[in-house]
Design a protein around this ligand. Structure first.
Ligand code: FAD
Length: 473
């Protein structure tokens, strides 16, 4: 192992350049702390930059314009219900109480532009999710990067944190890094130490792409199960924290999403059809039986769990009115033949090998339910904008689950301080974002990760900046 003796010292080291890490760094720098961001990849953004960038918040002007009544308490109840009580109410409370502030911060401080609509995603009791104009995390990350440049905060790319430096009081005082990091030879490179006067913040994201680690936690998540994550979504830093006694929660809860397709890699463009159109306006059909099998607007864990039993696959179906009413442009996925169009249900059934009569009956039953305002089979929450699926062309996509989000991770207190397995605080060690394991419990609701990353990242950055200023007085 090659090492260098040059040791840099700063107030705060942030590891990871996704939403959480950059939010920490912005607030810390605004509070006049000397902060650096370390990122192992050659580009900023982690999973954040490839995400849809959708954020959840209540009491917004968009909700008011549509007459939607929503509160922090309602969002809290939705997140706790979805998390089945495995989430920490103190952290969920914080995330919900500050959700609208975080959304406003992204709009007015960062300058992110959102589509003028409010989306309903499975498990939320009201529409409360907002999608950036570019339907991606790119604009948010680029604006955060610009803010950091204006605050003279360096983001060091290609620098991987290999381990934490702990003093004899068990305080985390710095990190050992590898410069010129490469994922193909992750232990090679020049090692050096960087010390932090105030704290090290772990914002290294989830581990959905770390097949050996995730399979150890959930044996069904073999390499055959694709992922929506970037290949950088691995667990080495989480494990380095565990090696110094950090406590974890819910590690084996690895969320798979059910609206992607095996016909493209990663999250892909088809997810727009699967998530934004099929769940609200369409149906999921089991190829083998030709029947529906779940509430398409149910929470993603329930839907994904049902996919694992359906070895012959699942097709998402919507019709012309659904695609028109949803208002999303499907031209690129149609052109790439990810979403196919059919003149009638019979030819759709023939194409995918679905039993024709059962499919037609399943659609008739569903449509009849919609007309009566109820779904007797799966109790889908029928909304006024949902129409019977009957107008050709019919749109269809092969659908599958992919690992998407790791609900478990480091246990933190409400200031983002990492706890040790004996529940004491590990001094000097902080965490925010997907690497933490307190917010979502059994299941993360759509758009709530971005909210969490911004809320908790800002809280950690502000707390560290004020402790820096206290010690300078
Ligand atoms: C395709 C996709 C779409 C999504 N859409 C949404 C959405 O619309 N709304 C929503 O709420 N959530 C969404 N999510 C989830 C959400 O995007 C992520 O949970 C969130 O962005 C994670 O942010 P983060 O800052 O915690 O981690 P990341 O953004 O993943 O950043 C972590 C960074 O840490 C770096 N890192 C890791 N280990 C080290 C190390 N040892 N040394 C140095 N650097 C390291 C990584 O390279 C990475 O860049 C989506 C996820 C995906 C994959």
């Amino acid at each position: 192992m090659e090492t260098t003796n040059q040791t840099q010292i700063v107030d705060i080291i942030v590891v990871g350049s996704g939403f959480a890490g950059l939010a920490v760094a912005i607030e810390a720098a605004l509070g006049k702390a000397e902060v650096i961001v370390l990122e192992k990849m050659k580009a900023v953004g982690g999973n954040s930059i490839i995400s849809d960038g959708g954020i959840a918040a209540w009491g917004t002007e968009e909700q008011q314009a549509e007459g939607i009544i929503d509160t922090a308490d309602r969002m809290f109840e939705d997140m706790m219900r979805s998390g089945e009580g495995l989430n920490d109410p103190k952290i969920v409370r914080l995330v919900c109480d500050h959700a609208s502030e975080a959304y406003a911060w992204s709009k007015h401080f960062l300058g992110v532009k959102y589509k003028p609509r409010v989306n309903l995603f499975g498990g939320h009791s009201v529409p409360r999710c907002y999608t950036p104009d570019d339907i991606s995390g790119v604009s948010t990350i680029l604006r955060m990067k610009e803010k950091l440049a204006s605050l003279s905060v360096p983001i060091h790319l290609g620098v991987s944190v290999a381990s934490l430096i702990v003093d004899d009081q068990r305080r985390v005082v710095g990190v050992r890094v590898i410069d010129d990091y490469s994922m193909t030879s992750p232990h090679e490179g020049v090692y050096r130490d960087i010390l932090a006067r105030k704290g090290v913040v772990i914002a290294s994201g989830g581990f959905g792409a770390d097949v050996p680690f995730r399979q150890r936690l959930d044996p069904k998540l073999t390499s055959d199960i694709l992922t929506t994550n970037k290949r950088s979504a691995t667990s080495e830093l989480l494990q380095a924290c565990m090696a110094i006694g950090a406590k974890t929660a819910n590690l084996d809860i690895i969320q798979c999403i059910p609206w992607t397709t095996p016909d493209e890699n990663g999250y892909g463009k088809g997810a727009l059809f699967g998530d934004y159109i099929v769940s609200s306006y369409g149906v999921l059909i089991d190829v083998k039986s030709g029947e529906r099998f779940v509430d398409e607007l149910g929470n993603r864990k329930i839907i994904a769990d049902r996919f694992f039993d359906r070895k012959q696959g699942v097709i998402g179906i919507a019709d012309e009115s659904a695609v028109r009413d949803a208002g999303w442009d499907l031209s690129s996925v149609i052109q790439k033949k990810i979403v196919l169009t059919f003149d009638d249900l019979e030819s759709l059934a023939d194409h995918y090998g679905i039993p024709k009569e059962t499919l037609v009956k399943a659609m008739d039953d569903y449509n009849e339910g919609l007309r009566n305002g109820e779904d007797p089979c799966y109790h889908k929450s029928i909304q006024p904008w949902m129409n019977p699926i009957q107008n050709p062309p019919f749109y269809a996509m092969r659908m599958c689950v992919k690992t998407h989000y790791t609900c478990g991770g480091l246990v933190i207190d409400p200031s983002g301080r990492v706890l040790s397995i004996d529940d004491s605080i590990i001094e000097g060690l902080y965490a925010a974002g997907e690497v933490t394991g307190c917010t979502h419990g059994a299941n993360r609701l759509g758009s709530c990760s971005v909210t969490e990353c911004l809320v908790m990242g800002r809280i950690v950055g502000q707390a560290l900046a004020s402790s820096t200023n206290e010690s300078r007085k």
